[in-house]
Each structure stands twice: as C-alpha cells, then as structure tokens.
Design a binder for this molecule. Structure first.
Ligand SMILES: *[C@@H]1O[C@H](CO)[C@@H](O)[C@H](O)[C@H]1NC(C)=O
Length: 313
C-alpha cells in the first residue's frame, strides 16, 4: 500500500518534471541541417553568428515518413545542434515536413500515434515541435496528430506550432483549419479549452518575395480575422532574409526592412518574427542552396538587430 503510493508519487513527479517555457516574444532562424534520417544535408559546423541570432531556432527537417516507422526519427545532426543551442539559452524546435517532404505525410504521420511519438521526442530532447505540412489538406489528420501530441504532453508543458502559407490567397484548407487548431485567445504556453490545440502558428512567406510583397501576404491573414495575433509569428524566406538584402548580412537596407516589418507587426501585437537563414551546401558541393551565404557577417547583426527590436533577446 505504502509502496504503491510512493510509486504513484514518483510517477507524478517524473511526468511533471518537464516543462518548456515559452519566451514572451520570439525571433530567430530556421536552420536547415538534415533531410530526415537520410542525412543528405549534413552540416556540422555551426556559423559563429548563430549564437546572437535570436532566442529561437527551428531545426529543419524531420521526414514525416520517419515518424511512424522509426523508434527515434530525430536526425543525428539535430541532436548535437539541440544541445549547443540550448546551452546558448535558445528555445529549439524540430520542424517536421517542409517542401521536399510535402508528399510524405500520408503513411501514418498524421495520426494520434505519430502525435504521441512527437510529444515523446519533444520531452526527450526538451524541444518544441513544428508541423510544416505543405501541400496539405488532411485537416482531420492534423487534428488527430494534435490530439495525440496533447495526450502525451499537454498545453503548458510542451510547445506545438504549425506553419501557414503567406502566399496569394493563402490556402483555403488552412483557413478552414485555423479556428479548429489555434486558440482564439491567450498566448503560447497558456492552456485553452480541452487542451487539444497548437500553441502558435507561423505565417511563412514563400521564397524570394520582397518585404513589400511579404507584408501584403501577411495582411490577408489579418484581414481574414482568423488568427489570434498573440499566438502568431510571421516568417520569411528569401526576400529580406536573402544575403543581398538581408538579415544575414545585416546591411543598412536590412535594418530598414526589419524596422518596417517590426513596426508593421507591432500594431497587431504578434508573437514574433522569424526568418529562414541557413541552407547548407549538399555534400561534395561548394555552392549553396536558398539563403545560406558563407559570407554572412560573423556577428549576424541583422538577426541580432531583429531580436533586439522585438525585445526577444
Ligand atoms: C492579446 O494580448 C493582449 C495583451 O496582453 C490582450 O489585451 C488581448 O486581449 C490578447 N488577445 C487575445 C485574442 O487573446
């Protein structure tokens, strides 16, 4: 009898010992360092400027198809990066999906079981989970995933987010999903309703857009009045994140653009501003894809500037 009581207490203590506290605001990069378990984007040298690049980093990408198949579908490259970023005090997310894996969600990745597994990984590594389901449409599957995730790690203990399109017209299926998956009130980390919800959504603008276009695409989500801005971040790829304009180089034009974006978003009280940052060369190539520039300023003043402007670091 006493033994049972102690066993129950120990279990309660273990279950409650993990909690990932969300910052008040977030800012930081996506860091593309793996292609699921196939490791086709190995990248083991972290640019030194990363330490000053905000209080948040999302590691891309886990392959959704690995989730139901593998006991621990976390790419090796994520594990060391996670330890390093956490030692810098950052909140780390694992991004599942991305454009390259847009066709890989169909084999059980959007299920209660996969949601549970994602929650177990979130607790094992002390990270948040980001659903980057591109191409989409299986809203019922996403809701099942969220339910499974929350059954293992409730709101207030684990962080769960999802990417939304910022592109012409947005995506109708996402506009249908948002009211079912994102709480209409409250802030990230705060419990809502039955607890089967995302903490926040990120409106991500597709690659190569200028900031003027990006804000136009962000605006449609405000106009649709579907998002609780307190639980929404806004992200870019290319555009003002690119090496020539951007965050990475920290040029004066980047600062002008960051000021514009921060001022624009401030009036809505949004949760943060993020940007795609580093896409390493594929093995045996020296040229890089997307937005990675090896000549990135070693102090990353763009990211650092953005983080300061948002009071996120
Ligand atoms: C967002 O946060 C502000 C400031 O805390 C608060 O006044 C507002 O009611 C919140 N909005 C929602 C939708 O929760």
């Amino acid at each position: 009898m006493y033994f049972c009581t102690i066993a129950v207490l120990v279990r309660i203590i273990i279950v409650h010992s993990f909690k990932l506290s969300p910052p008040k605001k977030i800012s930081g990069p996506w860091y593309y360092l793996a292609d699921g378990l196939d490791s086709s984007h190995p990248f083991d040298t972290m640019p030194s400027w990363f330490k000053d690049a905000g209080n948040f980093v999302s590691l891309a990408f886990m392959n959704p198809a690995d989730l139901p198949k593998s006991q621990d579908p976390v790419p090796e490259a994520f594990k060391k990066a996670t330890t390093d970023f956490q030692a810098m005090g950052k909140v780390v997310f694992f991004s599942i999906g991305g454009a390259a894996y847009s066709g890989n969600w169909g084999s059980g990745a959007l299920s209660v079981d996969s949601g549970k597994k994602a929650a177990a990984l979130a607790q094992k590594y002390g990270v948040g989970i980001e659903i980057d389901y591109e191409g989409g449409g299986d809203n019922a599957g996403i809701l099942e995933f969220i339910k499974g995730f929350r059954s293992e790690c409730p709101m207030g203990k684990c962080l769960l987010s999802m990417d939304l399109y910022g592109s012409p017209g947005g995506a109708p299926w996402q506009k249908d999903l948002v009211p079912k998956a994102l709480p209409p009130v409250g802030v990230p980390g705060q419990i809502y309703g039955d607890g089967n919800w995302l903490d926040w959504a990120n409106v991500m603008v597709i690659d190569g857009q200028s900031l003027q276009i990006a804000t136009k695409y962000w605006q449609q989500w405000f106009d649709a009045k579907l998002l609780n801005a307190n639980r929404t971040t806004f992200g870019t790829m290319g555009g003002f994140a690119s090496a020539s304009l951007g965050i990475c180089s920290g040029s004066s034009s980047a600062k002008t653009q960051i000021d514009f974006a921060v001022n624009y978003l401030a009036s809505y009280g949004t949760y943060g501003l993020t940007s795609w940052a580093v896409c390493p060369p594929v093995p045996y190539h020296t040229t890089s894809c997307a937005d990675w520039s090896p000549s990135c300023n070693s102090n990353a003043p763009g990211f650092n500037y953005m983080c300061q402007k948002l009071n996120a670091c």
